[in-house]
Design a protein around this ligand. Structure first.
Ligand code: NAP
Length: 297
């Protein structure tokens, strides 16, 4: 299906919003893209980089004639932007987002809109630990998945439009129920980030003089790369998916307690069993991932 939108507003022209715009341009999109943000210097830079044609610091000022508005801001900024949008957007405008938590965006939309036909939340499963206007690049979504989590009220045309835009960026599109999405990503994305941040924080507390960290090598970098991610974005994700994150964090803590106990008891069988199960699970996952890449070639 061809893309219908000609005027797109992107709130947040950082890693995700910037990459979305650049990937659409790469695909030949020649409509108008307007960037929205708070920092005028970054917005000017977004125009220089070809991310957007023009910009505004007020979403209400530019949303009136938009065909589609994409929210690519931290989760904590979504509610306020949706509130501003509610008074300014046309009836037909498709409203979507790229946020990492879906139910919270839907709840915010429900607070500010009575007609939810044009609301289509989505989450690209792609990213890096970099953020801001310089971070975006046009191939970020190539061969990545985007999860669309339509509402029961979302119109088929709006869902198709959002899916087609993401396909144009190079991604494949899947659908999922919003709460299921939030549970799955609490486990496979939010927990690893919390674990990486807290591991580095632990080492920092042990090692104020950085004597220990001086010896850190490849394994430490591999495991902790995601602790270089944006703290505000991850603070917001934890708070906006609080109950699912607390649930998996509780399970992780129980697993750590079990390991602590086994080490304390010098229980070599339990330690080895746990490590062996984890190794098998990871090896099987990597094998399945590599098989699925081969199949898709
Ligand atoms: P980012 O690089 O930090 O970009 C966020 C942008 O939002 C910035 O350009 C910032 O510009 C703007 N912004 C922040 N608060 C704002 C506000 N109140 N009003 C208007 N603009 C505001 O972050 P990102 O990585 O692109 O993440 C954006 C969204 O995508 C988040 O919801 C995140 O959960 C989701 N996501 C991220 C990843 C990832 O790996 N990074 C992956 C998938 C989904 P100003 O400072 O100029 O306002």
């Amino acid at each position: 299906m061809p893309i219908v939108s000609q005027r797109i507003v992107i709130a947040g022209i950082g890693l995700i919003g910037g990459s979305f715009a650049l990937a659409l341009r790469r695909a030949g999109f020649d409509g108008q893209i307007t960037g929205v943000g708070r920092d005028e210097k970054a917005l000017r830079r977004a125009v220089e980089r070809g991310i957007c044609n023009d910009y505004s610091r007020s979403i209400a000022e530019v949303a009136g004639d938009a065909d589609l508005v994409m929210h690519a801001v931290p989760m904590g900024a979504m509610d306020d932007l949706l509130a501003q949008l509610a008074g300014s957007v046309a009836e037909h405008t498709v409203i979507t987002d790229a946020g990492s938590v879906k139910q919270s965006f839907i709840d915010a939309a429900g607070r500010h809109f009575t007609n939810l036909q044009h609301i289509v939340p989505a989450h690209p499963i792609a990213g890096t630990e970099h953020s801001g206007v310089e971070a975006g690049f046009d191939s970020l979504f190539d061969n990545r998945r985007v999860i669309v989590t339509p509402l029961a009220t979302s119109s088929a045309a709006a869902v198709t439009e959002v899916a087609e835009l993401w396909r144009a960026t190079g991604a494949s599109v899947e659908q999922m129920a919003p709460r299921r999405h939030d549970d799955v990503f609490a486990a496979i994305s939010h927990l690893p980030h919390v674990a990486a941040f807290s591991l580095v924080e632990t080492l920092h507390r042990i090692d104020q003089e950085e004597e220990v960290l001086r010896f850190a090598a490849g394994g430490f970098s591999d495991f902790t790369r995601i602790a270089s991610s944006d703290p505000v974005m991850w603070r917001d994700i934890c708070l906006h998916n609080r109950s699912a994150v607390l649930d998996v964090l509780g399970q992780y803590r129980a697993c750590l307690d079990e390991l602590h106990q086994a080490i304390d008891n010098a229980d070599s069988a339990s330690i080895e069993q746990m490590f062996s199960r984890a190794k098998s699970a990871r090896d099987a996952y990597l094998q399945a991932a590599s098989d699925s890449i081969q199949e898709s070639k």
